[in-house]
Unconditional design. Structure first.
Length: 163
């Protein structure tokens, strides 16, 4: 087994985490923050929209069971990647759509899938951002496994088959 990490921003991390945790081959999904430039941001700081951070889910997966491409497809199928100002009712820069790629291969996979979506007529608002010099900071404990702890279901995420 080779454990890999992928990083996805698709609005509120609770719903993103919820869907990735159910994917075969995913070992864990951890809510956190990426993209800003101050160390160890708090949720309160990120919510100001002034830190540059996005709500992100770190997906730890077994690449013998699920591919990065399959995860990117799921990412696109669980949120509105055409929305430019947030996700659903959650408006703000911390809720923007982005894939943080670890290497050129991941970037190429993401670009190819974006091209497929564009060929289907979609305007894709998802940014591709390198993880180089962009550390992941784990969110506070009360954000982890949120929907499993509360028994609620995602309010701004839903699955829609696209690929």
């Amino acid at each position: 087994m080779a454990t890999q990490q992928a990083y996805f921003a698709a609005g509120c991390f609770w719903g993103v985490e919820f869907y990735f945790q159910q994917q075969t081959g995913v070992l864990s999904a951890i809510s956190g923050y990426m993209g800003g430039n101050t160390p160890n941001p708090s949720y309160k700081e990120v919510c100001t929209g002034l830190t540059g951070y996005l709500e992100v889910v770190q997906v730890n997966y077994d690449d013998t069971q699920v591919s990065f491409e399959a995860l990117v497809k799921l990412f696109f199928e669980i949120h509105d990647f055409t929305q430019t100002n947030g996700q659903g009712p959650d408006i703000g820069s911390q809720y923007l759509s982005a894939i943080f790629y670890n290497n050129e291969e991941e970037k190429s996979v993401a670009k190819a899938l974006i091209a497929q979506l564009q060929s289907k007529g979609y305007t894709v608002a998802t940014s591709l951002i390198s993880t180089h010099n962009t550390p992941f900071f784990q969110a506070e404990e009360y954000h982890q496994d949120y929907y499993f702890k509360t028994g609620k279901t995602p309010y701004c995420h839903g699955y829609k088959k696209i690929f």
